[in-house]
Ligand binder design. Structure first.
Ligand SMILES: *Cc1c(COP(=O)(O)O)cnc(C)c1O
Length: 453
């Protein structure tokens, strides 16, 4: 990967062209509507991924459902489909209006990927999907499996011994490693997880308890990914899961869209021209929020508006999209340190694949301070009895920022949404938290309590 070597002059020029960078550099909270956001039809002209790819991913997950149901009994009720609940959060709706002294028109729902089975985060979508796809391809190529088979046969010594000849490598800030380690080890693969310095101790310990090899780095996410990629290059039987570029990972996230549509329908919510949907997605490198956003766009088109949420100290997607430089620029180029309590979002350089593919489909980005993540964490716990990890709170203030921030209101106006906002549905995406050990959650919670005083 080649990086442009910016001298100060180029950085100064970027700041001149994009004055909001002044605030971003000072790590202030910002709201940025994407000027390149365009109609769905227009944006799709440049994108070669489509419905067929998403359907293929859905079909693959259905083939694996009997296996998942057998190995992970918590999914049995859903017949082996890994899905999370969505809930109304009226108390936090009211509380946000009080805190920000601003109305949120429409209703507020929380998509609880924090409570996805198997690995308790949004990575139980993309990460698990890509491992399953790799496992299927290996077994089919070796004449051990046919797509007509009942895939629960994979839960056997024959298959585990087969997969033990192969290995998987991944770089992660924690949750992706957790997902891939858990499903990979369950299938029988040897798994190597390269963990960035941000990764929490309990995530590494949990992986080791499953026989996964955890390699630790003091440096950030980009280095961990680089090392994983390097390790896999030297071994033809090692498969590298590329969080920065993988189409499969991306497709694993997209399948939520059709399921969400059903969940909303069960709540008597039909998204259409008069009832716009707003989603607020915590963003690290971009794959998770990117895949979810793309799936939703394919299904709801111009009636869904996707905003990405990042920590003020790791606004990599914001900077990549704003400058159009994507992975050719990182937050450190602006003197921003990429140090945040939101370990899942601690990424300094965004995915170019996501940025380029979705540059006309993402409605905008906003940033949130760490202290506010903690405050929201304990507020959500108190008001709704839902406990999340810090990263997962980043989307929560999105709806109120949309109404309160001058640029948020401009987005509403520019998109002719003013009359429709009273019917709007806002969904902050809660991306992780249910597997965090109790003592760690308590620490987060108490910290938020103290800050709220
Ligand atoms: C990974 C992660 C995200 C963001 O996903 P990316 O693919 O890195 O953008 C958000 N929240 C949590 C809790 C995560 O673990």
């Amino acid at each position: 990967m080649e990086n442009i070597n910016f001298n100060d002059k180029r950085i100064r020029e970027l700041i001149k062209t994009h004055p909001l960078l002044n605030e971003i550099i000072l790590t202030k909270e910002v709201f940025w509507p994407n000027p390149k956001y365009s109609s769905f039809q227009e944006a799709m002209k440049k994108i070669s991924i489509g419905d067929k790819d998403v359907e293929a991913a859905e079909e693959r997950l259905k083939r694996f459902a009997p296996y998942i149901a057998k190995c992970f009994p918590e999914t049995a009720k859903a017949n082996g489909i890994i899905e999370s609940p969505i809930v109304r959060i009226p108390n936090i709706h009211k509380r946000l209006e009080e805190i920000f002294d601003n109305k949120i028109l429409g209703s507020l729902l929380l998509k609880c990927d924090s409570h996805l089975p198997i690995s308790g985060s949004i990575k139980a979508r993309g990460g698990i999907y890509e491992v399953l796809k790799h496992a299927e391809e290996l077994a089919i190529k070796n004449n051990m499996l046919n797509i007509e088979d009942d895939y629960s046969i994979l839960d056997s010594n024959i298959f585990r011994s087969f997969y033990s000849n192969y290995s998987i490598a991944v770089g992660s800030t924690g949750n992706l490693g957790l997902s891939i380690g858990i499903i990979g080890a369950q299938l029988g693969f040897k798994v190597y997880v390269h963990m960035s310095g941000d990764a929490k101790e309990w995530k590494k310990n949990l992986l080791r308890s499953k026989g996964v090899t955890v390699i630790e780095y003091d440096s950030d996410y980009s280095r961990a990914v680089e090392e994983g990629r390097r390790q896999a290059q030297s071994d033809p039987k090692m498969y590298f899961i590329d969080d920065e570029n993988s189409l499969d990972l991306f497709l694993g996230y997209t399948v939520v869209a059709s399921r969400l549509k059903i969940q909303l329908k069960e709540m008597d919510i039909i998204v259409d021209e008069n009832r716009p949907l707003f989603v607020y997605l915590p963003c690290g490198v971009g794959g998770g929020p990117g895949g979810v956003a793309f799936g939703l766009k394919l299904l709801f088109g111009d009636n869904v508006h996707c905003f990405f949420a990042e920590p003020t100290h790791s606004p990599c997607m914001l900077i990549g999209l704003m400058t159009g430089l994507h992975d050719k620029i990182c937050v450190q180029d602006f003197g921003i340190d990429n140090i945040t309590a939101a370990d899942g979002l601690a990424v300094g350089r965004p995915s170019a694949f996501i940025g380029k593919t979705l540059e006309n489909l993402i409605s905008g980005c906003f940033t949130v301070e760490d202290d506010n993540l903690y405050k929201l964490l304990s507020t959500l716990a108190d008001r709704e009895d839902i406990y999340l990890e810090p990263s997962a709170l980043a989307g929560i203030p999105g709806a109120v920022k949309l109404f309160k921030d001058k640029l948020g209101r401009k987005y509403i106006k520019d998109n002719n949404l003013e009359d429709k906002m009273k019917n709007a549905v806002h969904i902050p995406w809660a991306t992780g938290g249910s597997m965090v050990p109790r003592d760690v959650i308590e620490e987060y919670y108490n910290r938020g309590l103290r800050l709220n005083k």
